[in-house]
Design a protein around this ligand. Structure first.
Ligand code: BGC
Length: 343
């Protein structure tokens, strides 16, 4: 039997926080917290699959967004501004003059309403948030739902829904850092991403607008490659980021839920498969110098200690007409689904 249990998990500046543990029939579990609608832990055969913290205080302190729901706009908005119907909106700039991951008080630092459920072989938690008109500079009152479902086949399904009362832009993702075993880094992992293009960035990590073919570059992950080999390259984009920190453009995207990425840890034999309806995925190989951040038990987070598959629309889309639109009209419903399955 699937089960969902909830526990009080301390208090954040935004209010009291609860932790929800969903356990499937095989004993594998996912833990979610109402602070940031964060994926706090995924245990497969007793082994932790994520980087994160065991206490709320870790998430309240400086950290690189472990497990967090990112909004209103995942990734960067150049110049922290965009124009909609002739009106320019200035959003909170929290990375130099640009915005990263929704600003200094993004969805990852809000306390979400939570509703656990367990019916018909699906158990999970539905998180809801109302982001007021003007929140971090964005127009429109945005009502967002993030529903996590955990099933007996070890698949974590993340379904996003949002509505607005005024035309706005939106880009939602989940920022889980995966590490599938006991290796300190993901350099030996095998990675495959079904993307024939990527979005190169300038020195501030804002897309240049080009959509080059991945052929003959380290970004060609259409066939499986060892992460360490792919990023051991003198390609200027790789050197500038110190690894992958790039948006891959999903091949033949049509909005249906499709398998887009596969990660294999050859040491543990574990695999992670990712499906999404989104047109892009930011592959991030945790390029920070070792010890810039901490994780569970106060351990310094190793450089390349985890891999993120941030399914998303492209960075800075509001300023690039040629990119798939991130506009949400009043009265429309935004829907997006991503599935991570452990094998
Ligand atoms: C970004 C990185 C950033 C990291 C932590 C990723 O999504 O692409 O550049 O350092 O998140 O915020």
């Amino acid at each position: 039997m699937l089960s969902v249990n909830s526990f009080p998990w301390g208090t954040s500046p935004a209010g009291p926080v609860d932790r929800y543990v969903i356990t499937n029939t095989t004993g594998n579990s996912v833990a979610l917290i109402s602070y940031g609608a964060i994926v706090q832990s995924i245990l497969i055969d007793g082994q932790e699959m994520t980087l994160g913290f065991d206490e709320l205080s870790g998430y309240l302190g400086v950290n690189p967004g472990y497990g967090a729901t990112i909004g209103r706009y995942a990734n960067r908005i150049g110049g922290a501004a965009f124009t909609l119907d002739g009106t320019t909106y200035e959003v909170d700039a929290n990375e130099g003059k640009n915005q990263l991951h929704g600003g200094s008080d993004g969805f990852n630092s809000k306390v979400w309403d939570a509703e656990p459920f367990n019916a018909d072989g699906k158990a999970g938690v539905k998180f809801q948030l109302v982001s007021p008109d003007g929140d971090m500079g964005y127009p429109g009152t945005l009502r967002v739902t993030v529903t996590y479902t955990w099933s007996d086949d070890n698949a974590l399904r993340i379904a996003y829904e949002a509505t607005t009362d005024k035309k706005t832009v939106l880009n939602l993702t989940n920022h889980t850092y995966f590490n599938l075993g006991d290796e300190e880094t993901v350099l030996d992992y095998i990675l495959q991403v079904d993307a024939d293009r990527f979005t190169p960035v300038n020195a501030e990590q804002i897309p240049t607008g080009e959509l080059p073919d991945v052929r003959d570059t380290p970004f060609d992950l259409r066939s499986p490659r060892r992460v360490g080999d792919a990023i051991d390259s003198d390609h200027s984009q790789i050197r500038a980021a110190g690894g992958f920190d790039h948006n891959f453009v999903i091949s033949n995207h049509d909005g249906s839920l499709r398998e887009v990425a596969l990660v294999i840890d050859p040491h543990s034999g574990r695999k992670l498969r990712c499906w999404t309806t989104e047109p892009g995925v930011q592959v991030f190989t945790t390029n920070f110098p070792t010890g810039k951040y901490e994780m569970r038990g106060g351990t310094p987070t190793p450089r390349h200690g985890g891999i993120c598959l941030e399914t998303q629309h492209f960075p800075d889309s509001p300023n690039h007409e040629a990119f798939p639109s991130t506009v949400l009209e009043a009265g429309d419903t935004f829907r997006s689904t991503t599935v991570f399955r452990f094998e």
